[in-house]
Design a protein around this ligand. Structure first.
Ligand code: NAP
Length: 295
């Protein structure tokens, strides 16, 4: 291990936007002596080799984790349980397993039963992303200035938590600890609901008759354009987010629908003050986000 290395061998299971961005951070800062990347397809692994993101690639997950001190699972949430089951018997004593899934309670329920005694699982979620997928989409600066939320429980080994937190600090992130249930309801509001609204609005346009659709695309103003960027994110990843954070998303959706009905009523009855007041408060939220450096 070089002086700077945090880990001897790291196994990255899933090397798309998030996994490859982490690989780039590890390469840039020499955080691992040896990186093994795993994916489902030969095409992805060939791209990983071409980009020089790993020292070794493999589709055999069990073999790939055998010598790993750190295993990072960065695949769609729906695959996490089966992956944890596959690697379970091959994990070495003292190894740390972490993940980057956008939902925490369901992911912890899927992975934890397969973590053997003497192996440490530290669940995590970097609040960073783009609408692009795959190993070419990643970049080392993705996590800079962004939050990474860790959701360990009371039994998680404190040293393992510190090591995972240190990795995210090296990636430029600010690290916060949160209870998994709280994480899921906060993210339902700040990420899952807005993205669902974007999918819905863009879906409405997709269902329009052809001539109208062409006009929308041609005259697309920033509002709609911004929604299309959000709605261009990976379909499998987002399918899994909604199926795995059902309760919290449905709760936020209910509140959203009630507020939307109030707005509908205000427009119908010409309640100018109500509309202006809401829009002013919305501006304040935007200013607060800018002041917090999250714009
Ligand atoms: P991505 O770019 O689509 O990459 C997914 C990777 O997982 C690919 O390398 C894929 O390999 C691999 N994979 C899929 N199924 C697999 C399996 N059964 N076994 C082994 N490898 C498998 O996805 P991503 O955007 O990096 O997202 C990954 C995770 O990060 C998700 O859980 C998501 O919730 C979380 N996350 C995403 C964002 C975001 O904005 N994208 C932000 C924060 C957290 P192939 O290419 O060979 O199929």
């Amino acid at each position: 291990m070089s002086d700077e290395s945090m880990f001897d061998t790291v196994c990255l299971i899933g090397i798309g936007l998030i996994g490859s961005s982490l690989a780039r951070v590890m390469r840039r800062d020499h955080l691992a002596r040896h990186i093994i990347a795993c994916a489902r397809t030969d095409a992805t692994l060939a791209k990983v080799s071409e980009l020089g993101l790993a020292d070794e690639t493999s589709k055999d997950l069990g073999k790939a984790v055998e010598n790993a001190d750190l295993v990072v699972i960065s695949t769609p949430i729906g695959t996490n349980g089966a992956i944890a089951e596959t690697i379970s018997a091959h994990l070495k004593q003292g190894a740390i397993v972490t993940d980057v899934g956008s939902v925490k309670q369901a992911v912890m329920a899927a992975i934890t039963p397969h973590i053997p005694e003497g192996v440490h699982f530290v669940p995590g979620h970097p609040l960073a992303g783009t609408e692009n997928s795959g190993p070419e989409a990643g970049f080392a600066e993705l996590f800079e200035g962004r939050w990474c939320v860790l959701t360990p429980d009371e039994k998680t080994d404190p040293d393992a938590i510190d090591q995972v937190a240190a990795l995210w600090h090296r990636a430029g992130s600010k690290v916060d600890m949160m209870d998994a249930e709280h994480h899921d309801s906060v993210l339902a509001l700040t990420s899952h609901l807005p993205t669902l609204i974007a999918f819905n609005i863009v879906g409405t346009v997709a269902d329009l008759e052809d001539s109208t659709k062409q006009e929308v695309v041609k005259y697309s103003a920033t509002g709609f354009r911004d929604f299309t960027r959000i709605a261009a994110q990976d379909p499998v990843m987002w399918r899994d987010v909604y199926l795995n954070n059902r309760e919290a998303v449905l709760e936020m959706l209910q509140r959203f629908s009630e507020d939307l009905s109030r707005l509908q009523r205000a427009i119908r009855w010409g309640e100018a003050d109500m509309l202006e007041d809401l829009f002013r408060r919305s501006r304040d939220v935007r200013r607060n986000i800018i002041d917090a450096g999250q714009a």
